[in-house]
Design a protein around this ligand. Structure first.
Ligand SMILES: O=P(O)(O)OC[C@H]1O[C@H](OP(=O)(O)OP(=O)(O)O)[C@H](O)[C@@H]1O
Ligand SMILES: Nc1nc2[nH]cnc2c(=O)[nH]1
Length: 182
């Protein structure tokens, strides 16, 4: 099977978890909540690359107040479905010292990535870090971090679409799918 055939087989056997309309609704709600809380704080809105690129791209136009945009890149799953050590690929270019930071990520799963990123930003001098995620996975156990804004709740399945990859593929899908379970 070619890589393209494998990608289509994976997509066709996946289950739809949230369609585009449900995601748009969640984004509208998040935009309103964040605008109500952060409108006067002139935050640095930080995108955790790469998975958050779609979420950040769709959330930012819903934030109708002054902010500055920056990104950092941390990865723990790479192209697999299990998390490992965090690899820091890029830290924010601009200053976060003394600033309110709005951290945007696609998914809060076990929470190790966002806990480490938040700790790093506080270490860099951020005055406050608020965390917004498109989706959080329901694990039924405590996590090292809580998000301040959560768009959608997810079952404990490996999901992809809306910036999230399945073996490096399908970040471009406008909906969220769960990989077929073996
Ligand atoms: O809560 P956790 O269990 O730590 O997992 C969440 C992290 O996993 C994904 O990143 P990933 O490491 O897959 O890198 P990517 O953003 O490049 O896909 C996602 O973007 C989160 O940052
Ligand atoms: N693509 C993707 N990345 C993740 N990172 C942590 N959990 C997940 C998941 O279910 N899917």
């Amino acid at each position: 099977m070619t890589e393209i055939d494998k990608a289509w087989t994976m997509f066709r056997s996946a289950e739809l978890v949230y369609d585009q309309a449900a995601i748009e609704q969640a984004l509208d709600r998040l935009g309103a909540q964040i605008s109500a809380r952060l409108a006067d704080s002139f935050p640095v809105a930080l995108c955790v690359m790469g998975g958050a690129v779609v979420f950040a791209g769709q959330l930012l136009p819903r934030l109708a107040f002054p902010l500055q945009f920056d990104y950092l890149h941390a990865t723990r799953y790479r192209d697999g479905t299990r998390g490992g050590e965090i690899e820091w690929c890029a830290l924010p270019r601009g200053e976060v010292d003394g600033r309110v930071v709005l951290l945007m990520d696609d998914i809060l799963d076990e929470g190790y990535t966002l806990a480490a990123v938040k700790a790093k930003l506080l270490e860099l001098g951020a005055a406050r870090v608020e965390v917004a995620v498109l989706a959080e996975k329901e694990l039924g156990r405590a996590k090292p971090i809580e998000a301040d804004y959560v768009g959608l709740m997810l079952p404990d399945r490996y999901v992809f679409g809306m910036g999230m990859d399945a073996y490096g593929l399908w970040r471009n899908l406008p909906a969220i799918y769960a990989l077929k379970e073996d």
